[in-house]
Write a protein that binds this ligand. Structure first.
Ligand code: MG
Length: 240
């Protein structure tokens, strides 16, 4: 267990709700992304050799998913910058996996925490896609509320904007100070939750697992599965 800071007495009032990020927090986003790249390469097969494009997409994506224009850059790397990118982007957007695997122990942890307090999910990105991922993970039933930040105000209300955090808490009727948010990205999840007045737990999973703790979370844990033990005693309806 890599708990860096123990929950402390200053935590004060019991926790009345636990809210989560989706990608790289409940499951490894690379799993979904690789399926999407395979769908793009399959679609492109008539004009580009499928395996070559798949390899190029994986190589460019490995440079970081935040850099954008991955498909354009992959096509350019194969000397096919002449092709219109729109159909490739469309194949990427249309990709809907039937099944995704959560990180080990996530389902059991959500079941345990959800027995004590209501759970929520706050996620950025295309709402239809995000909801389909949740269904493919088989985790949707755990969440009392699901907030897709894009539905509030488009990109402007993506994390670390406080709007999606406050919207979820309002639906749950829980005060920010009595809630916890769990996510993988310091710059989006931790920063946004702290700005909304919540306690922020960072999970050291996914693409950003080695990013510095800026800002500093309330706690950092190796993964969601640890939260049953770590948060259990602090919940309103104590798991013990
Ligand atoms: Mg994430």
């Amino acid at each position: 267990m890599t708990l860096e800071r123990a929950p402390v007495a200053e935590a004060g009032s019991p926790i009345e709700a636990v809210l989560f990020d989706l990608d790289d927090t409940l499951y490894e986003q690379a799993q979904w992304l690789d399926g999407a790249w395979r769908a793009v390469a399959r679609m492109a097969a008539p004009v580009i050799e499928e395996r070559a494009l798949l390899a190029a997409l994986r190589t460019v994506a490995a440079e970081g998913s935040d850099r954008g224009r991955i498909i354009d850059r992959a096509l350019a790397s194969l000397g096919r910058g002449d092709l219109a990118v729109a159909p490739f982007v469309e194949a990427f957007r249309r990709f809907r996996p039937d099944v995704l695997a959560p990180y080990p122990g996530v389902d059991a942890c959500l079941a345990a925490l959800g027995d004590a307090v209501p759970l929520g999910l706050i996620t950025d990105g295309d709402p239809a896609l995000q909801v389909s991922k949740l269904a493919a993970l088989g985790l949707a039933h755990h969440f009392r509320v699901v907030v897709c930040s894009d539905e509030l105000g488009g990109r402007a209300t993506r994390k670390p904007a406080t709007a999606p955090f406050l919207a979820a808490l309002e639906q749950l009727r829980v005060d920010p100070a009595r809630s916890v948010y769990v996510g993988d990205r310091p710059d989006k999840d931790v920063a946004g939750a702290l700005a909304a007045g919540m306690r922020a737990v960072r999970v050291l999973t996914g693409e950003y697992r080695d990013a510095p703790n800026e800002p500093e979370p309330w706690l950092a844990v190796a993964g969601v599965a640890e939260l049953t033990a770590v948060l259990g005693p602090l919940l309103r309806n104590d798991l013990a």
